[in-house]
Design a protein around this ligand. Structure first.
Ligand SMILES: Cc1ncc(COP(=O)(O)O)c(C=O)c1O
Length: 395
C-alpha cells in the first residue's frame, strides 16, 4: 500500500470529516447548535474541563462542528493545530493582541487589507505598540526595519487589491534571526496555491469568508500553526469571545470540499482574463502575479503553486470610466467581497479600502480608477465576452 500523503483535493474532502462520533451514523458532520455539553457525573465532567479527556464544555471554547472546520483547515495548511474565529478580522486582531504587548514594535507592509491596516494605524498605537509599515515591494527595506527591532512580522501575499507578492521565505528568515514571530494572511492564495508554514511562517491566517467557504454565505476566520501558538490564540478567543458559529462552520466545511476544484478553475480563468485584458487599448495596467510582466513573478513562481483568482486593472478615464463600465457587466456582482463561485468586481474605494481617504489610497499606490476582479467559476469565454461588451462603452 502506498504511504504517500493524500493530495490537497483529497484533504479538502476528507479533512476533519472522520473520527467523529457521527450522529446516527450520518456521513456529514452534524451541526451541533448546543451551547453546553452535559456529563452524567462530576468526575467525567471535570476530566473534560481539565482537558484530560476529549469532549466539549461550552461552545465559546469548543464545539464539534467548529472542531471539524478547524481540523480541515489545519490539514490543508499542514499545521499542527488550528483554531476558528467569527471572521477573518477576529483572527487577525486576536493574533495582534495575543502576541504584542505595550513597548513592542511590529513590522508590516503598506498594502495589507484595509481593516488590518486600520488596526495598525488606529488601534495598536493607542496600546503603546509601534508599527513600521514598509513599501511592500522593497524587501531589503523590510529587512532593514526588521533588524531595527521587531516582535512580530505581519505579511499578506498576494496583497489586496494590487496583487503584489511578498517573499515569505526571505523575510521570515530575517525575522527569525532576531527572534520575531511571522504571521501571514493567506486569504488570497488559499492553501491550494500556497502554504506559508512550509516557507517559514509561524502562523497562517485566513478570512474563511472568502475562498475557503467560497459561496459568500458564511463569515469565518482561522489561524493555523504550532500547538503552542494556537493554544495561546485559542485562549484569547475564549475570553475575547469571537467564536465561530456552528452553522457558519458547517457552511464553510461544505464549501471547502470543493476548494481545490474551484481554485484550479479560478487560477486558469484569471490567467486567461489577465492576458486578454493586457491586449485591450482602454486598459491602462493589469496586475496579476501570473503575468511575466509582474514585478514579483519570479517570487510568485517560487512560492506559489497557482497565481490565484484575483486580479486588478485600471482603465483610462479613471473613476468616471468605471462608473460607465461596471454597471454593464452581466456576470459579476458589484459587491465588497471576493473568492466566491460568482465573479465579483468593485473599485477599492468602495471595497477593500473604503475606510481609507483618497490620499491614503494614493499613498498605498491604489489609483482611483482601479477595479478588483475576483474571477468566479463561470465559463471563461463568457466572462471575456462580458468584459468585452462592457469595456466597449468606454473604448
Ligand atoms: C486579505 C483579507 N484578509 C482579511 C479580511 C477580513 O476578513 P473578514 O471579512 O472575514 O473579517 C479580508 C476581507 O476582505 C481580506 O481581503
Amino acid at each position: 500500500m502506498s504511504a504517500a500523503l493524500p493530495g490537497q483535493s483529497t484533504i479538502a474532502v476528507w479533512g476533519g470529516e472522520t473520527g467523529h462520533e457521527a450522529y446516527e451514523h450520518s456521513t456529514q458532520v452534524p451541526v451541533v447548535h448546543s451551547v453546553s455539553f452535559g456529563y452524567p457525573d462530576l468526575d467525567s465532567w471535570h476530566a473534560v474541563a481539565l482537558e484530560r479527556a476529549p469532549g466539549h464544555i461550552y461552545s465559546r471554547i469548543s464545539n464539534p462542528t467548529v472542531r471539524a472546520f478547524e481540523e480541515k483547515i489545519r490539514d490543508l495548511e499542514a499545521a499542527q493545530a488550528a483554531t476558528g474565529f467569527s471572521s477573518g478580522m477576529a483572527a487577525i486582531s486576536a493574533t495582534l493582541f495575543t502576541f504584542l504587548r505595550p513597548g513592542n514594535r511590529m513590522v508590516s507592509i503598506k498594502d495589507s487589507y484595509g481593516g488590518t491596516n486600520k488596526l495598525f494605524t488606529e488601534f495598536l498605537p493607542s496600546f503603546g505598540i509601534e508599527v513600521a509599515l514598509c513599501d511592500t515591494s522593497d524587501f531589503a527595506g523590510i529587512e532593514a526595519e526588521i533588524a531595527a527591532g521587531c516582535r512580530l512580522l505581519y505579511l499578506e501575499t498576494p496583497t489586496n487589491p494590487t496583487v503584489k507578492v511578498v517573499d515569505i521565505a526571505r523575510l521570515a528568515n530575517a525575522a527569525h534571526a532576531i527572534g520575531a514571530l511571522v504571521a501571514v494572511d493567506n486569504t488570497f492564495a488559499t492553501p491550494i496555491n500556497q502554504n506559508p508554514l512550509s516557507l517559514g511562517a509561524d502562523l497562517v491566517l485566513h478570512s474563511a469568508t472568502k475562498y475557503l467557504g467560497g459561496h459568500a454565505d458564511a463569515l469565518g476566520g482561522a489561524a493555523c500553526g504550532s500547538q503552542a501558538l494556537i493554544r495561546k490564540l485559542q485562549h484569547f478567543r475564549e475570553i475575547n469571545g469571537a467564536a465561530l458559529a456552528p452553522m457558519d462552520a458547517y457552511s464553510l466545511l461544505r464549501g471547502m470540499k470543493t476548494l481545490a476544484l474551484r481554485i484550479e478553475r479560478q487560477n486558469d480563468s484569471a490567467m486567461t482574463i489577465a492576458r486578454w485584458l493586457q491586449g485591450q487599448p482602454c486598459v491602462e495596467q493589469v496586475n496579476y502575479p501570473g503575468l511575466e510582466t509582474h514585478r514579483h513573478h519570479d517570487v510568485a513562481r517560487r512560492q506559489m503553486r497557482g497565481f490565484g483568482g484575483v486580479l486588478s486593472f485600471s482603465v483610462h478615464g479613471g473613476l468616471e470610466a468605471i462608473r460607465v463600465f461596471l454597471p454593464r457587466l452581466r456576470f459579476a456582482h458589484r459587491a465588497a467581497n471576493l473568492g466566491c463561485v460568482e465573479t465579483v468586481v468593485g473599485p477599492p474605494s468602495v471595497t477593500s479600502h473604503v475606510e481609507c481617504t483618497a490620499e491614503e489610497r494614493a499613498a498605498a499606490g491604489i489609483p482611483e480608477g482601479l477595479v478588483r476582479y475576483s474571477t468566479g467559476i463561470e465559463n471563461v469565454t463568457d466572462l471575456i465576452a462580458d468584459l468585452e461588451q462592457a469595456l466597449a462603452a468606454i473604448a
